[in-house]
Design a protein around this ligand. Structure first.
Ligand SMILES: Nc1ncnc2c1ncn2[C@@H]1O[C@H](COP(=O)(O)OP(=O)(O)OP(=O)(O)O)[C@@H](O)[C@H]1O
Ligand SMILES: [Mg+2]
Length: 398
């Protein structure tokens, strides 16, 4: 199980230290282990509390702060160091970085900048052999090879299954800006939409993000698409990066239901994702689109993030076989979801997730397996294993 990054801070200025503590309080991915107002005590603090990150303000006394960075770097190399200053003096920043700081963040610290710096350090520490596993967030885009292939069903039900896992907090963003219907799938009429986060000069912070998300009883936090079509142009791609950076700090999973238009916003979402679920069915037009989409995503250097999900397996005897689909795509099928028309109609009509409507059904079990595979709990490719065991008869017919 992952744990938050532990931080210790030193800043002789009481007011900036308090405002930093306030920012940190809203970040669920970090834990403030210690705060200190004197440079001379900070080495002891770090040696005793063993934080993952030390955050040092340079503004109290730049020379002493840089000396402290140097000393911490040699005495406690496991502690990643971030320095912060109101000054943009390149020489000072360079000195601090040469002394061993990993990141510089301008003061007053914006949550977005801090989270990005923490994320970069967290990731580099996590890749160190033997390092304990820290909390990292997964951003997952769900896109589809044709209209109606089941992307929203997958984004919504995967979110609720992930949210049911212990200690997982899940955000779901509806980026199908014109026709998105995640709110209908969850039977919610949220007060806010993505527009609340992208309007004019709105200063983004975690408080605003959390206020804009509607909590579903499954535990999923939903950010729906705009209400009015004329609001769509307000959703600027550059804002998405800031929103996701802050969300990464607060949620273990952020899922995005993309449109089928492959707009600039959809592509930006894919660039910012760790995994892209490309949903298809076993019909010729969808599979042909998968090939086209994969070619484009390869050009955009996104191919390695793509996981192909075949939905509605077993729908009818005219479907193309999994074997042929795999050969045509030249790529592993990451997961298969069985067809279950009866259950999915109820889910849709009642506005309740599968986990609530049919917790024991095969399709819900399949979603649990997909969640495990995405979170790394199931390493094997169960698509093939399931195919052999559960859908042997189906395969033999094709
Ligand atoms: N595995 C499944 N078995 C049976 N029906 C399914 C399955 N998955 C999805 N459906 C049904 O297919 C229909 C389309 O699903 P959904 O809205 O999730 O697709 P979509 O790709 O998001 O569509 P759009 O292109 O409109 O965004 C819905 O009625 C849904 O209930
Ligand atoms: Mg949809």
């Amino acid at each position: 199980m992952s744990t938050p990054l532990r931080l210790a801070i030193v800043d002789p200025d009481d007011s900036t230290r308090e405002s930093l503590k306030n920012t940190l309080m809203h970040l669920e991915s970090v834990w403030l282990e210690a705060d200190c107002s004197r440079y001379e005590f900070f080495l002891d603090v770090v040696e005793q509390s063993h934080p993952d990150i030390g955050l040092i303000s340079l503004d109290g006394n730049a020379d002493r702060a840089v000396e402290l960075v140097e000393m911490l770097n040699s005495r406690v190399p496991s502690c990643g160091l971030i320095v912060t200053s109101r000054s943009s003096d390149g020489q000072l920043i360079l000195r601090a970085l040469r002394a061993g700081a990993k990141e510089f963040v301008s003061a007053p610290i914006s949550p977005t900048d801090l989270v990005s710096a923490l994320d970069r350090i967290g990731r580099s520490q996590a890749s160190t052999p033997g390092a304990p596993k820290k909390r990292t967030s997964q951003v997952i885009s769900v896109c589809g090879a044709s209209g109606g292939v089941g992307s929203t069903s997958i984004a919504v039900n995967l979110s609720t299954v992930l949210a049911a896992q212990e200690e997982q907090s899940v955000a779901l963003l509806d980026l199908d800006l014109a026709l998105g219907d995640t709110d209908v799938f969850l039977d919610m009429i949220p007060e806010h939409t993505i527009i609340d986060l992208v309007q004019g000069a709105t200063q983004l912070d975690l408080t605003l993000i959390k206020k804009s998300m509607a909590k579903h009883q499954s535990g999923v936090y939903l950010l729906p698409r705009p209400i009015h079509l004329d609001e769509i142009p307000m959703v600027d791609t550059s804002r998405l990066g800031q929103i996701l950076t802050l969300m990464r700090a607060s949620y273990s999973y952020v899922l995005m239901d993309l449109s089928k238009s492959y707009t600039a916003l959809d592509l930006e979402a894919m660039h910012l994702s760790d995994q892209i679920l490309l949903v298809t069915q076993l019909d010729l037009p969808s599979l042909r689109n998968v090939v086209r989409i994969l070619t484009s995503l390869r050009d955009l250097k996104l191919e390695s993030k793509v996981r192909i999900i075949v939905n509605r397996v077993g729908l009818d005897s005219g479907q193309i076989s999994l074997k042929r689909a795999k050969e045509t795509l030249g790529q592993e099928i990451f997961w298969q979801i069985p067809n279950d028309y009866g259950v999915m109609v109820q889910v849709r009509n009642n506005g309740v997730p599968l986990l609530q409507q049919a917790p024991k059904s095969a399709i819900t079990t399949s979603f649990r397996g997909l969640a495990d595979r995405l979170s790394g709990k199931a390493a094997e490719a169960p698509a093939d294993r399931n195919a052999k065991k559960t859908w042997l008869s189906f395969l033999s017919k094709n």
